[in-house]
Design a protein. Structure first.
Lengths: 427, 427
């Protein structure tokens, strides 16, 4: 019953490195997606800008388009005076150029008229009805003038053509997770369809003779499947497609057949359960039997999650997630998210973390990474991470958690009040 | 053109407080959702557990179910010996009870047999073929024995009935954002349908004579709508339903009519654009004209985003988001996310933040909250927030950002290397 297990326990980083060194995912398939549905998807190829953005020089303030040289030397004591000779209409090209000694009213977003090279904010001008007092400036049509009490630099308050985006420039790289600002950027360039990576298909198997579907009323000794639904939700939250493949009994042949079938049509297979030592070995054996190279990592120095199995069969990753629901979700957080990200060819991003003070002392064995379920609480102006007590078999402890406080390998324990890094659960 | 504006500039906190004091959202509507689609939704009412979880005492390890008293005093020098009289089958109730001096093999997840009150991990036992050496213990059927070298406490490695969830207990509160662990918990209780809040409908209006739909080829002086698509994506990312209501020209009557129509069928109206001073005033006037109480906040001491308008018309919040695309998304981040959360009656959660060192000195006016677009970079073992330079009119600067570094009101500037809080963009 004990069997040979954990022949080679690895650290979390070693396990990632070992798996990453052997597994080389192919380029993901892409599909065309309308921009309105592209938020939350991963970009499948670089996007090159088809044009300059903006196409024309634009003002970023309300004010007067001027020739900067006309304002040089302007001061409180010696203001510059300009004749206002017109206004730039929104949405059209300016009607006339700005000559020496002239100014044209321009709204935010308006196109800079020819001749002008700067915009003076309206707040920095004084309107003079009846035109400028000085003789030198202004055309015959000037009915108003403005007084300017400080010089404008060439280019001031102006966005140059192509300053936002230059034509032909790769504005977004393949692998970008498309946030609202990226959608806006693409819209601004007139790109209303994008190549997005096809969400990877993730097959999910639950195992255990005692496990029944949540729809069923368990008989004495049976329990409802928690891991299957939880993993489906976790997979979907990562932008992948969950394919639940059912509950498999604790027999090697059944497990092998189900794993083979699951792998047929999936980019990744997750097998949860096998918390009993015997079943854990069956999962490893099944992975080895499905195809080479088979099991790459069996046993990681982490708590919870030590019996995790990372395997690869003919290019398809297969992960064995040990049985308790909380453990399954920690293993998902630590290993599976990254695998899904690589399947999407998603560019790496830092996991959101917060620094918080640990609200009670915890012990931890050296040489092992501990993931503590914690609740985050603001107290006395500081953020505290409150460890949630309870056996790792209790899903309720995970349900209360805001994230996982990480106790690194080299650390033997953390005193109350010490600062820890908490990996926050994604929203 | 300058008009009366910013009569009462408020701090970010004051603006939130003022708006929050006047607006009392009603209870959100709920709808029944299958558990398989409940991930990412917000729970509409408390969930009471219909039963104890687990229903029977269960082992959390592979080992031997025993009477704890039989192990008291066991030590390396004086082990306890027990007869192994059977094994607990998975998925069924145990076949027989554990008597004094007896042990029964139990797999992880197995139901504890009557008589037993603890489980000794298999790793802490020694199997003795042929039964226990001592005379006192064991039934006639014992073919094997075990040696135990340390005492087990009553309840050790056992989850009591109801220890995870007690029947009738509120396991999840209304307002919970449903993560994978919550889905698993509900599945474990056999709850396969939940009451979720109906995603709020958010109407989105873009304004500006120069703005055309992204599908169109802009003529000279025109620009494509960036804010509309970006806000739609931002709204959907918050779990709400975006309803784009089109691009409205810069005329008060058109704006009023469009705002009225948008409000008819929405829980929240967002009006972007109006970066020019004149149009900003039009947005305020329209909000006041649609219905009381009208504009509550006009002008906030923040950068970017100073001209933001927060209004309320007959219970429907209406937000005016000033024109530049980056500004629009900052205002969304600071004010609109919270309003959507309240519409969903979503329980408050801390915004994910990271602490990082600012990679260059920045100045900031006292009395104003600055939101700097920053890129996060790991360098020399520390996390650095690199401010992205460029005018706030450039959407490309926002597209590069991982989050917003907050320079609080009371701070006048931040030196290079000082630690700042970065609000990380949601995934």
């Amino acid at each position: 019953m004990t069997a040979q297990q954990f022949l080679h326990i690895r650290s979390v980083d070693d396990a990632r490195a070992r798996f990453g060194a052997v597994w080389a995912p192919g380029a993901p398939r892409t599909e065309v997606v309308a921009l309105a549905h592209a938020g939350g998807r991963v970009l499948g190829r670089d996007v090159l800008s088809p044009e300059d953005l903006p196409p024309h020089p634009r003002s970023v303030v309300d004010g007067y388009a001027v020739r900067a040289t006309d304002t040089f030397g302007a001061s409180e004591g010696l203001p510059a005076y300009l004749a206002v000779v017109g206004e730039v209409p929104m949405g059209r090209l300016p009607g006339r150029a700005v000559g020496p000694g002239e100014a044209v009213w321009i709204p935010t977003g308006g196109v800079l008229p020819p001749g002008a090279d700067a915009v003076v904010m309206v707040e920095h001008t004084e309107l003079l009805p009846g035109g400028p007092p000085a003789a030198g400036a202004g055309g015959a049509s000037a009915v108003e003038g403005i007084e300017i009490r400080r010089p404008a630099a060439p280019g001031e308050n102006v966005i140059r053509p192509g300053e936002d985006i230059r034509r032909g420039h790769a504005v977004l790289r393949a692998g970008t997770f498309l946030r609202p600002q990226h959608v806006g950027l693409l819209a601004g360039l007139g790109i209303t369809r994008v190549d997005a990576t096809v969400p990877p298909r993730v097959a999910i198997l639950s195992t255990g003779d005692e496990v029944v579907s949540p729809e069923r009323n368990p008989e004495a000794g049976q329990v409802r499947d928690i891991n299957g639904p939880a993993l489906c939700a976790a997979v979907e939250a990562e932008g992948a497609q969950a394919v639940f493949c059912g509950i498999v009994p604790d027999r090697f042949e059944a497990l092998l057949e189900a794993t083979r079938a699951a792998r047929e049509n999936a980019d990744l297979v997750l097998i949860s359960g096998g918390s009993s030592v015997g079943l854990r070995d069956e999962v490893s054996r099944a992975i080895d039997a499905v195809g080479p190279p088979g099991v790459l990592v069996h046993g990681v120095a982490m708590k919870p999650g030590k019996p995790v199995v990372l395997g690869l069969c003919g290019g398809t990753p297969i992960v064995g997630l040990p049985g308790h629901p909380t453990t399954v979700l920690v293993v998902f957080h630590v290993f599976v998210r990254e695998i899904i990200g690589r399947l999407q060819a998603r560019a790496g991003e830092p996991t959101p973390v917060v620094q918080a003070r640990l609200a009670r002392r915890v012990a931890s064995a050296a040489g092992r990474t501990d993931y503590l379920r914690v609740r985050l609480e603001h107290r006395d102006g500081a953020l505290w991470a409150v460890p949630i007590l309870g056996k790792s078999g209790l899903i309720s402890t995970m349900a209360e958690a805001d994230g996982l406080a990480v106790v690194p390998e080299a650390v033997e324990g953390i005193e109350m009040g010490d600062v820890v890094t908490v990996e926050v659960f994604a929203r």
